[in-house]
Design a protein around this ligand. Structure first.
Ligand code: MRU
Length: 373
């Protein structure tokens, strides 16, 4: 399995995604500040991966405290959470993870837990999130594999794979599961300018699994679709609003429109931690803007004239109307998404799915009565 992030007794070990595909090296973050830096610099990236990284960052912050009691630690805990929350604004998984750590901390504090117990429980919670994320990816794969062609081309944009999660991946998890079931798929990976998650990361991890992969430049997708070489599109998500509008890597919206024009189904695969029912539509999703240098420079070389204006939004929003289905670990959602997301949310609660209460795991997914709503 690709070791995207790993808890060790010394801290959190990250596979340095800025160095791939040429170099497989690791960064060890021994403080929560270093975890925050690793998220900002995109040594680790991808919505579920940064959520779990932040949870480990909180656990690390608790471990390194000089406070003597839980009460003394409380204001420091708030600062740790605030620092980690200030790293990247779009992927809701980051805030979901931090909120979950905050809820646990508040409960433990109210129950009179000692600092030692709190440190232990915060780490256990981060570990649980890590395991749940892998289980969720596997469940998405199981639900989504049937939507992949038996023999054909699948286009993906950016990297919603093992490198963007704790393992197996979302969009790439669906593809992996389809291949494991014997489907013959050629993956077309958009290179994903400017950070090149597609050509550097998606291609790297699929090649490691011997899944046939072809990298194309972002402006080639329409032509391939017209030639009949793409039978489905599957992408990940950084945040899905209550109406199904989906923020994902910049350029995803283009692909969705192209897919609609060519009659190709466009699927989103994302864990429930990417769903933000408190945000009503995509217009309310904050879109991160990244440094101009990512656009002005390519492979270390300047490729634009000095002084030219640069706009570098990291994400765009695909309106729900372009999405054929949202594949989650709880099941496959169909339009109208405002309804199906709400129904799935209520159904999950009825089944006793309480995040952070220790009852989440693969067995939860097996208890779901229906897989498609
Ligand atoms: O900027 P990144 O690399 O953190 O962007 C996130 C992504 O990898 C994509 O948008 C992805 O498709 C969704 S995250 C699984």
């Amino acid at each position: 399995m690709i070791p995207t992030l790993t808890w060790t007794p010394e801290g959190v070990r990250f596979l340095d995604q800025t160095k791939l595909p040429l170099e497989e090296s690791y960064v060890l973050a021994t403080t929560y500040e270093q975890v925050a830096d690793v998220i900002v610099t995109m040594v680790v990236r991808g919505a579920p991966a940064i959520g779990v990284s932040a949870a480990y960052g909180v656990a690390l912050g608790a471990k390194q405290t000089k406070a003597k009691t839980a009460e003394q630690f409380a204001p420091e805990f708030e600062r740790i959470c605030a620092r980690l929350a200030a790293t990247r604004p779009t992927a809701v998984n980051l805030f979901w993870a931090i909120d979950r750590m905050k809820a646990l901390f508040a409960g433990l504090l109210a129950a009179g837990a000692s600092l030692g117990q709190i440190q232990e429980k915060l780490l256990a919670e981060a570990n649980a999130m890590y395991e749940e994320d892998i289980a969720a990816c596997k469940a998405m794969g199981a639900f989504g594999a049937e939507f992949m062609p038996d023999d054909g081309g699948v286009l993906t944009h950016c990297n919603a794979g093992a490198l963007a999660s704790c393992g197996y991946g979302m969009a790439l998890g669906v593809i992996r599961a389809a291949v494991e079931r014997g489907k013959k798929i050629m993956v077309y990976a958009d290179e994903t300018r400017p950070f090149l998650q597609g050509s550097r990361l998606t291609a790297w991890e699929l090649m490691a699994d011997h899944i046939p992969t072809t990298v194309i430049c972002d402006n080639m997708a329409a032509s391939l679709m017209r030639q009949g070489r793409i039978q489905a599109v599957v992408v990940g998500a950084d945040r899905i609003a209550a109406n199904g509008d989906t923020a994902n890597k910049i350029g995803t919206y283009n692909v969705a429109i192209l897919a609609r024009e060519h009659g190709i189904p466009f699927y989103v695969a994302a864990p429930w931690s990417s769903i933000d029912l408190a945000t009503s539509t995509g217009d309310q999703i904050p879109i991160e803007e990244r440094p101009a240098k990512e656009v002005t420079h390519h492979a270390g070389k300047q490729v634009t004239p000095d002084g030219v204006g640069i706009f570098n939004p990291a994400f765009d929003v695909t309106p729900a109307k372009y999405i054929a289905a949202i594949i989650t670990e709880r099941g496959v959602l169909r339009a109208p998404y405002a309804e199906s997301l709400e129904v799935m949310d209520v159904r999950s609660r009825r089944l006793g799915f309480l995040e952070g209460q220790g009852d989440v795991g693969p067995e939860f997914f097996e208890r779901l009565p229906e897989k498609v709503i």
